[in-house]
Ligand binder design. Structure first.
Ligand SMILES: *Cc1c(COP(=O)(O)O)cnc(C)c1O
Length: 426
């Protein structure tokens, strides 16, 4: 197989055959307005093989076969629909991509999605597909630690320079613009303090200067926020989190206008940052419960935030669902829920925070999130440990800060679990 030739001749979105009777992307787009988000997340993108399975099959195969040499030629040339090799296209990935494109894009036309092997592969892939040496990026300082590494170390090595700015200081974003600025990148709400950035305003700043706006929508998922509808050009995901929902598989997604996502798909076909078909199936099935799970995550996080803000051992709670949070009004406008992640500061310093973390018996002491299981972390010594003391101060990552990603357990059990450690501080 001559790899190079394949990359050039096969269109990235060659659809698999055997989709009779299935609802297609077009059906969903034309039915927009009559089909709700939950229906879309359960029904969109689905297709059936000739075995008539109800739950979608997992296409665990590296390559695909043809009835004749002539058919192989037609498929390789892109004259006939069909799959060639799972690094290029695979029906399990295609189902996930179509479903995610609908969920993030709503009624927008020409939205495509590209599945990748992890969230980091999605971010790197979008940059590799769309940037080149000499380009400039502006990135929020409050992004996932490894995202910071990708921009500050690896892209920098290839001549793409990044300026880091305060997420909610729009003047800093404006001041950082240069003629060669091609990309603005951020996460909203931020981790762990739930700061909320105004996507419409950032889209204006980006587009006014011919740059793209890319949003990591991992914390909200399209169930709570659709950045593309607010002006973003690209959305990236760590599917590892809420899209899976049970902490099993690594995966990522890039979603945006077809013209942009095609470039990402072509890069990833060449680079091989491909999602496993098994993982694609797990995410695909995960999306079917996304609506109800996100509602429940938000409910548990809100209840914990309210309860914690009345606790004598707690100094401050950071959750945009609380009316005293600086991002509250914007979150109400831009999101349909406040999310499952909250942070709080206890009285005392690191020792107190660790006491609470070591005291829990139900919550998991791990930095992951988006799981049915509630997780608890000390950001200053784990997720944000590589920041200098000065940067920690600037970003509000104090020694007394604890992050909780609310899972789906009974709320009273979660309160009792936290209270064990908190009581020791009084
Ligand atoms: C976890 C995470 C990532 C990276 O995703 P992986 O699937 O671990 O590669 C990127 N962004 C955010 C906000 C995350 O939480």
């Amino acid at each position: 197989m001559n790899d190079h030739d394949l990359t050039d001749v096969v269109s990235p979105y060659n659809d698999a055959s055997g989709r009779e009777g299935a609802l297609t992307t077009e059906d969903f787009l034309s039915a927009e307005g009559s089909l709700g988000f939950a229906t879309q997340s359960i029904r969109a993108g689905s297709f059936r093989s000739d075995q008539r399975e109800h739950s979608e099959a997992i296409y665990l195969t590296s390559s695909f076969v043809y009835d004749s040499a002539a058919q192989a030629q037609a498929v390789f040339a892109g004259d006939e629909d069909g799959n060639v090799y799972s690094r290029y296209t695979n029906p399990s990935l295609r189902m996930l991509e179509e479903r995610m494109a609908i969920l993030e894009g709503g009624a927008l036309e020409n939205i495509e999605a590209c599945a990748t092997s992890s969230g980091m592969a999605a971010i790197l892939g979008a940059c590799m597909g769309l940037l080149k040496s000499g380009d400039h990026v502006i990135c929020s300082r409050s992004v996932f630690g490894t995202t910071f590494t990708i921009f500050s170390k690896y892209l920098d090595k290839f001549g793409v320079k990044t300026t880091f700015v305060d997420l909610v200081d729009y003047q800093q974003w404006r001041d950082a613009i240069r003629p060669e600025t091609k990309l603005l990148f951020l996460e909203t709400p931020s981790n762990p303090l739930s700061e909320v950035a105004d996507l419409k305003q950032l889209a204006e700043i980006a587009h006014g200067n011919g740059a793209l706006l890319m949003v990591d929508n991992c914390f909200c998922t399209p169930a709570l926020q659709k950045p593309l509808l607010l002006g973003a050009d690209l959305v990236v995901h760590s599917a590892t989190k809420y899209i899976d929902g049970q902490g099993r598989c690594l995966g990522g997604m890039v979603i945006g206008r077809k013209k942009l996502v095609d470039e990402v798909h072509l890069w990833q076909r060449a680079a091989g940052a491909t999602m496993s078909p098994f993982n694609a199936w797990v995410f695909y099935k995960g999306l079917e419960t996304l609506s109800v799970r996100m509602d429940a995550h938000c409910r548990n996080a809100s209840e914990l935030a309210i309860w914690l803000s009345q606790h004598k051992a707690v100094e401050k709670v950071h959750y945009s669902g609380l009316s005293n949070h600086p991002g509250h009004e914007l979150a109400k406008k831009q999101q349909t829920g406040f999310g499952g992640v909250l942070a709080f500061e206890v009285i005392g310093g690191r020792e107190s925070a660790w006491k609470v973390i070591d005291g829990v018996e139900i919550m998991s002491r791990t930095a992951n999130l988006g799981d049915t299981r509630t997780t608890i972390t000390h950001p200053a010594t784990t997720t944000h440990c590589r920041l200098s003391d000065e940067d920690k101060m600037k970003s509000g990552i104090t020694e007394s800060l604890i992050r909780v990603a609310a899972g789906l357990e009974d709320i009273e059990d979660l309160k009792r679990d936290l209270d064990k450690g908190l009581k020791q501080l009084l």
